[in-house]
Design a protein around this ligand. Structure first.
Ligand code: MRU
Length: 353
């Protein structure tokens, strides 16, 4: 493990043959990288939220496969194939909702299959190159998406966001926060209202920290204050990320997003979802079929070592909810914004080169 204060957020980095990831469980109190050298350890890092956010999880999984390939560099082709299959399985099982995980694993699998007749060493090199490319591409995509989204925000806009869809949730720049970063870079005066995001506090711990790093004005509120702020005319737009977008435009994102979308409609505030195309899952007809992760009760009964709820109380902890497409003003992607997304519009977007 190495500890350092980075000047810009580099959520995952390749360092001397290892993957290093910022430990997002301890931010902002501590800024530290943890080191990973196998698919198993990366899967554990994803499960335990060292790394989180749909695109970042996809990048981590790709590196998990590459690390496992490196560990098996010297084995026979048959043993290598078995080890690779095992790595795909263990990583795919780490978290269920963000489709970027299976998207990245699918890409790594196709790369390996295309080289199956090559020597093991060539496969290993190609898999590492593919993981680097997935990471680099994510940053490029987020920058493009950010520019499309920035055009939708007016100068002076007060933008509410939920959870963390920032650089920490991606390989860099971010999706929802990427839109804000790009708008600020374009000279717009944007301020951010960050929902705290119970129970894991991604808004309070991560979004507020990211915005402070870049001196973008940010105000932290608890989740139950969003309606009040909207009713007082203090929110001009909502921008959130996505973990999976179904074929009809329904959006799975951090628990509480649906509540914000309903409030935004009530107050006629545009509700934007910033999402790379890799987050759109055309194999899922609508939001009802999106698998929703249920996490530990302990995230609800307390935080860290502190427990505030009574022992034995019954608890639910769905980590995501689904916002129906009809509440989405526009889906912002790297190919442009899709207003009032539906099946036809998403299919047309994907058909575009
Ligand atoms: O449980 P998390 O922290 O992985 O959930 C993250 C979110 O819900 C984000 O909004 C989403 O992944 C988009 S990240 C660009």
């Amino acid at each position: 493990m190495t500890t350092s204060q980075a000047s810009s957020v580099e959520t995952l980095r390749w360092c001397e043959g290892h993957l290093e990831m910022i430990d997002q469980r301890v931010l902002p109190a501590r800024f530290q990288y943890l080191r990973y050298d196998s698919a198993q350890s990366v899967a554990q890092g994803i499960r335990e939220m060292v790394v989180r956010g749909a695109p970042a999880i996809g990048c981590a999984a790709a590196y998990g496969v590459a690390l496992e390939a490196l560990r098996h560099r010297k084995v026979s082709a048959a043993d290598f194939a078995v080890a690779m299959e095992r790595s795909f399985e263990v990583l795919a099982a780490s978290r269920p909702t963000a489709v970027n995980l299976s998207w990245a694993l699918g890409r790594m699998r196709r790369r390996r299959e295309s080289l199956a007749s090559q020597p093991v060493a060539a496969q290993v090199d190609a898999l590492l190159t593919e993981a680097h490319e997935i990471r680099a591409e994510d940053i490029r995509v987020n920058r493009a998406l950010g520019e499309h989204g920035a055009a939708l925000l007016t100068d002076g806009a007060r933008v509410l966001t939920h959870c963390n869809a920032g650089a920490l949730a991606t390989a860099g720049h971010g999706t929802a926060l990427g839109v804000i970063r790009s708008a600020v870079a374009a000279g717009k005066r944007i301020s951010v209202i960050a929902d705290e995001t119970r129970p894991f506090l991604q808004g309070a711990r991560l979004t507020a920290w990211e915005m402070l790093q870049e001196r973008i004005p940010v105000t932290l509120i608890t989740d139950n204050m969003a309606g009040f702020m909207m009713s007082r005319g203090e929110v001009d737009a909502v921008v959130v990320g996505a973990d999976r977008v179904a074929a009809n435009g329904d959006v799975a994102n951090k628990i509480g997003t649906y509540m914000v979308a309903v409030l935004a409609q009530r107050h006629r505030i545009p509700f934007y979802v910033a999402s790379p195309i890799s987050t759109i899952d055309m194999s899922i007809a609508d939001g009802a079929a999106i698998p929703i992760e249920e996490r530990s009760q302990r995230e609800v009964t307390g935080f860290g070592d502190c427990q505030w709820a009574a022992d034995g109380v019954s608890v639910r902890n769905p980590a995501f909810d689904v916002t129906p497409a009809e509440l989405v003003t526009a889906l912002i992607t790297e190919r442009g914004a899709v207003h009032q997304p539906n099946r036809e519009r998403l299919a047309a977007l994907l058909a575009r080169a």
